[in-house]
Design a protein around this ligand. Structure first.
Ligand SMILES: [Zn+2]
Length: 321
């Protein structure tokens, strides 16, 4: 799915004062790619001016300078591909500017006809096309590229960041939750595994306080089973509860968890020293993942869980756990 919406860049030929935005984007993009800008875009009376850039290639025989003519076509607003009619006299333009290469910089794609024409020119000079997909692929792959993208596609980038959350830079060290059984880093996995919470079996819920004995995190499946089996064998008087770690990493669920822990404390739930230490460790490690907006998928998940925080009138998380 396309991430960058090229319609965020205003159309040319419109008296908005921003008419050269796409050419400016091309300049910044090519600079980011390592080209040296020889002539900045400025619009002539004919309504369009190509940009000249230079590439320095270092080889065994020294350095070679390649001069490229860059033709920008911003057709995202109509959605049309760039046709041979849009790109007239390519060869003349390249030769007139004393260039050794041609770059088509398009916010849509080159039409089949134009692609064919460009292929035919490859014997005479070098040809490259940066279309919307290629531009996106290059620009989203580095921090420097993202800075450029953010300048021209602020909405697209904000949306993309919301949907692809990265841990916030909050602590000096990178967060880490290693599976208690196989020691795999859970926060780097697609599936972040589960957290087990073990409490003492009570014979009388009225008089005996809830007592949390162990808190562990593991991979889902095998490691979870292994540890569960081990604890059941070794400690016959405890019973396990569990939660998906990725659920607790959702901001809404996280704060419910914290509320639930506070409520339990208030009601007299006891924790073993280890369990309390581990629980705090868990909350600290996942917090950088939590300090952010919900993704669309998570919003749906929250809805399906029916987990509206108690203080907002929803279910009390503390009573069913
Ligand atoms: Zn594991």
């Amino acid at each position: 799915m396309a991430i960058l919406n090229f319609k965020e860049i205003p159309e040319a030929h419109k008296a908005s004062g921003l008419q050269d935005a796409f050419e400016l984007f091309a300049r910044d993009f090519l600079e980011f790619m390592g080209y040296e800008i020889l002539s900045d875009p400025d619009r002539g009376a004919d309504g369009g001016k190509d940009i000249l850039v230079q590439e320095t290639r270092t080889g065994v025989g020294g350095t070679t300078q390649i001069k490229w003519l860059v033709s920008c076509k911003h057709k995202a607003h109509s959605g049309n591909s760039v046709t041979p009619t849009d790109e007239a006299n390519i060869r003349d333009r390249v030769e007139a500017n004393d260039c050794q290469g041609f770059i088509g910089f398009y916010s849509t794609i080159a039409s089949t006809g134009l692609s064919g024409n460009l292929d035919g020119m490859k014997g005479k000079f070098e040809v490259q096309v940066f279309d919307r997909e290629k531009i996106e692929g290059k620009i989203l792959n580095s921090t420097k590229g993202l800075e450029v993208a953010n300048r021209y596609f602020p909405k697209s980038i904000e949306e993309w960041r919301t949907e692809n959350p990265k841990p916030a830079a909050i602590f000096a060290e990178t967060s880490s939750l290693k599976c208690r059984v196989c020691e795999k880093e859970l926060l780097e996995q697609e599936d972040n595994g589960i957290i087990q919470i073990w409490q003492r079996i009570r014979s009388d819920y009225e008089s005996e306080p809830e007592q949390i004995e162990f808190v562990f995190w593991t991979c889902r499946g095998h490691c979870d089973d292994v540890l569960r089996h081990y604890i059941h064998q070794k400690h016959p008087k405890v019973i396990d509860g569990w939660e998906d770690i990725s659920d607790v990493m959702m901001p809404t669920i996280f704060i419910k968890w914290v509320m639930s822990i506070m409520n339990k404390q208030r009601r007299g739930t006891l924790y073993s020293d280890d369990a309390f230490k581990e629980l705090k460790q868990f909350l600290l490690q996942i917090f950088p993942y939590v300090a952010r907006h919900l993704t669309t998928k998570e919003k749906e998940r929250i809805d399906s869980l029916g987990m509206i925080p108690a203080f907002l009138g929803g279910l009390d998380y503390g009573t069913n756990h």
